[in-house]
Design a protein around this ligand. Structure first.
Ligand code: FES
Length: 104
């Protein structure tokens, strides 16, 4: 498990990037926490720098959006999903479980 930040440091609408085996972006989407690979599957862009809307994040470079629940892109230019990770909150601290990786 990777420690991300406290719950207070990740308010709704915000994202945090942490470095594990790969960079991981953790989002607070209207109170629900999600973690996905930070690097877009199209080119080298940070999804933590993208725009969050509901459960979707839009890549800041070419505007493919990824569903934070599944990692699936909504359309071109990204074709492949990003990996998703379970998020755990313990004692007001946010963790990402990098032992479990899902690819939709
Ligand atoms: S780098 Fe993300 S859509 Fe191109």
């Amino acid at each position: 498990m990777i420690r991300v930040c406290t719950v207070l440091d990740l308010p709704p609408g915000e994202a945090v990037r942490v470095v594990a085996h790969v960079p991981i972006a953790v989002f607070n989407a209207d109170g629900e926490l999600y973690a996905v690979d930070d690097t877009c599957t199209h080119q080298d862009a940070s999804l933590a720098d993208g725009w969050l809307e509901g459960c979707w994040v839009e890549c800041p470079l070419h505007a493919s959006s990824f569903d934070l629940r599944t990692g699936l892109p909504n359309g071109l230019p990204a074709k492949r999903p990003v990996r998703t990770y379970p998020v755990v909150v313990r004692d007001d601290v946010v963790y990402v479980d990098t032992a479990v990786q899902d690819v939709a």
